[in-house]
Design a protein around this ligand. Structure first.
Ligand code: NAP
Length: 502
C-alpha cells in the first residue's frame, strides 16, 4: 500500500514527536549538528512531557536530580537531592528556551497518522494541526505517557469525582473528603501522604505491595549551590558520584538478584520504623524479590498508611457503585473522590497504533505478533528512517533515563549525518540484525530479577517477555550506540533530487 505525499504537507527534514526530555534533547542535538529543518510536534500546550503532565500532589523524581538532568545543561540550583515536579518542569523548559530551538516547537498538536511514502522516501505525518512530509521521524513519545485505566465493574457509573494520577483535577477541593486511591505504585506512594493530610478518610486499595526503601533526602546548601555555579567541575564530580553509586546497583538486577536481600532488609526496617500494627506490617511486606517491580523510595508513605484516617484495603475490588467501592468480601466503603493511580500503557504504546511502515503494516500489529522489538531500542525493520527514543528495552530500574535518552539521541544524530554524507534516502535495520539483537536481549533477561523475581510487573508483555528494560549497565548501552552502525542497515540511495541538500 503506497501512501502519497500530498501537496499541502509541509516538507521538513525531521519531525520529532513529543516535547518531553527526549524531544527537547533531539531538537537541541539536531540543531547542534547543523540540522535546521525540523519541527517538534507536541500534543500538550508546553514542553516537559511527563513532567508537564504529572502534577499530582507530592510528584517528585525518585532519581537524584544531579543525574536526572542533561549532561550538557547542569543545573546548580536544584533545591534538594530529589527534585519536585515543578522544579524539573521549569528546568526542562528553561533548557529548551535557552537552546534557541523553541520556535521549532508546535504545541497543541496531536499526531494522528504516520505513514511511509516509499515513492517520496518520506513519512507523511498527519496531525490535528496540518500535515508534514518528513525524511525522518524521531518519536520521543515517552514510555509512561498514556494512562492505563482499570477495568473494574461499574467504574463508569461512579457519580463522584474520578481522575487518574497523571490527569490530576486541581479544581476538586479534597479537604475533608472521603477519598479512595486504587494502586500502590510509584505515583500512589507519593500522593497518598499528601492526601492523608487533607482527607477525612482515605482508603488505599492495594493489589500487590511494593518494596519501599528510605529516601535519603536533603536540601542543597547555599554554599553547595554557589560551588556548583562557580566550579562546574565540582558539580560534574557530584554527578559522577551519583552515576557510579546507581550503576553499582545494576548487577543486583541483571545478574545476581540474591544481592537484593540488602534492599529487602532496608525496606523491612523502613516498615518496622513507621508501622506498629503487625497486621498492617504484614500487608505491606512483599512476597517477591526486591527489584522484580520497581524499587520505590519514601519516608512518608508508611507513616501515612499508619495514620488514623487511612485504611489499607487488600481484599480486592469487586465493583464500584455510584458512590462507593465494594470489595470481594462484600464490604462497601462510600467515597466522594476516586483517584486511579494504576499506571500506564507500556508494552502496547499508543504511538505504534498510528505508524504504518513500508509494507503497509502498522507498528502496533507487528509488535502485537511477537512483542515490542527494535534494533538497539531505536530502529525497526520495515520502518525506514523511524527512530524511537526510549523504545523497547531501553527503560531502567536502577538509574536515570536521561542518560539513555542522550545515548539514543547521539545515535540518531549520527544516523542523520551518515545519511546526508552518504546520500541515503532510507535506512532500516535488516530483519536478521534486529532478530539477533532481540534474541540476545531475551537471553540476557533470563537471570535478571525481572524474570526470576516471582512477581507480575508492567515490565512484562502478554507473552511474559520483558520488552521494556535494558538488561545491563547503562555505559554498555551507551557504548553500543556510540556510532551509527550503518553496515547493519539496509540502505537505499536518495531517489529524489530535492532530498540531496548541502
Ligand atoms: P505502576 O507502578 O504501574 O502502579 C500501578 C498500581 O496500580 C500498582 O500498584 C498496580 O497493582 C495497581 N493496579 C493496576 N491496575 C489495577 C486494578 N485493575 N485494580 C487494582 N490495582 C491496580 O504505576 P505508577 O505508580 O503510575 O508508576 C509507573 C512508573 O512511572 C513507575 O514505575 C516509574 O517508572 C514512573 N514513575 C516515576 C516517578 C518518579 O519519581 N520518577 C514517580 C511516579 C511514577 P499491581 O502491582 O498488582 O499491578
Amino acid at each position: 500500500m503506497a501512501t502519497e505525499t500530498t501537496d499541502t504537507a509541509t516538507a521538513v527534514d525531521h519531525l520529532v514527536i513529543g516535547a518531553g526530555f527526549a524531544g527537547v534533547c533531539a531538537a537541541i542535538k539536531l540543531q547542534e549538528a547543523g540540522e535546521r529543518d525540523f519541527v517538534v510536534v507536541e500534543k500538550d500546550s508546553d514542553v516537559g512531557g511527563t513532567w508537564h503532565i504529572n502534577t499530582y500532589p507530592g510528584a517528585e523524581c525518585d532519581v537524584p536530580s544531579q543525574l536526572y538532568s542533561y549532561s550538557f545543561a547542569l543545573n546548580p540550583d536544584w533545591s534538594k537531592v530529589y527534585s519536585p515536579q515543578p522544579e524539573i518542569w521549569a528546568y526542562v523548559r528553561r533548557v529548551a528556551e535557552e537552546s534557541g530551538t523553541l520556535d521549532r516547537f508546535v504545541f497543541d498538536t496531536a499526531v494522528l497518522d504516520v505513514a511511509w511514502d516509499q515513492g517520496a522516501q518520506r513519512w507523511l505525518v498527519t496531525t490535528t494541526n496540518g500535515d508534514y512530509a518528513a525524511r525522518s521521524v524521531i518519536a520521543g513519545t515517552g514510555a509512561l505517557a498514556e494512562p492505563a485505566l482499570p477495568d473494574i465493574d461499574g467504574i463508569d457509573g461512579f457519580q463522584g469525582e474520578i481522575f487518574h494520577s497523571a490527569r490530576w483535577n486541581h479544581d476538586v477541593d479534597l479537604t475533608g473528603k472521603r477519598i479512595a486511591v486504587i494502586g500502590t505504585g510509584a505515583s500512589a506512594i507519593q500522593l497518598v501522604p499528601e492526601l492523608q493530610k487533607v482527607a477525612a478518610q482515605l482508603d488505599v486499595y492495594q493489589r500487590t505491595p511494593n518494596w519501599i526503601i528510605p529516601r535519603n533526602e536533603r536540601r542543597f546548601s547555599t554554599l553547595e549551590k554557589a560551588l556548583f555555579r562557580r566550579v562546574p567541575a565540582a558539580q560534574r564530580a557530584a554527578r559522577a558520584a551519583v552515576y557510579a553509586m546507581l550503576e553499582a546497583r545494576a548487577p543486583a538486577f541483571t545478574r545476581f538478584p540474591v544481592l537484593q536481600v540488602a534492599t529487602e532488609t532496608a525496606a523491612k526496617r523502613n516498615i518496622r520504623k513507621a508501622i506498629a500494627d503487625p497486621g498492617l506490617r504484614e500487608k505491606v511486606t512483599p512476597a517477591y524479590r526486591a527489584g522484580c517491580k520497581r524499587i520505590l523510595i519514601s519516608n512518608a508513605y508508611y507513616p501515612a498508611l499508619a495514620a488514623d484516617n487511612v485504611e489499607l484495603v487488600t481484599d480486592g475490588i469487586a465493583k464500584i457503585t455510584g458512590n462507593a467501592i465494594v470489595t470481594k468480601d462484600g464490604a462497601e466503603r462510600p467515597i466522594d473522590v476516586l483517584v486511579v493511580a494504576t499506571g500506564f500503557h507500556v508494552t502496547d504504546p499508543p504511538i505504534a497504533e498510528h505508524v504504518t511502515g513500508r509494507d503497509g503494516r502498522r507498528l502496533a500489529d507487528v509488535w502485537d505478533e511477537h512483542g515490542m522489538a527494535a534494533y538497539k531500542g531505536t530502529t525497526v525493520n520495515g520502518f525506514p528512517n523511524f527512530f524511537q527514543i526510549v523504545g523497547p528495552n531501553v527503560g531502567l530500574g536502577h538509574s536515570s533515563m536521561i542518560f539513555m535518552i542522550e545515548s539514543q539521541v547521539r545515535y540518531v544524530v549520527d544516523a542523520v549525518r551518515t545519511m546526508r554524507r552518504e546520500g541515503y534516502g532510507a535506512v532500516e535495520p535488516s530483519a536478521d540484525v534486529q532478530q539477533r539483537w532481540t534474541d540476545a536481549i531475551r537471553e540476557r533477561m533470563r537471570p535478571t530479577v525481572w524474570t526470576t523475581g516471582g512477581c507480575a510487573s508492567w515490565y512484562l508483555d502478554k507473552f511474559g517477555n520483558n520488552t521494556t528494560l535494558w538488561p545491563g549497565q547503562t555505559f554498555t548501552f551507551r557504548r553500543q550506540l556510540s556510532r551509527f552502525d550503518v553496515e547493519k542497515y539496509d540502505v537505499e540511495p536518495v531517489t529524489h533530487e530535492e532530498l540531496v541538500t548541502a
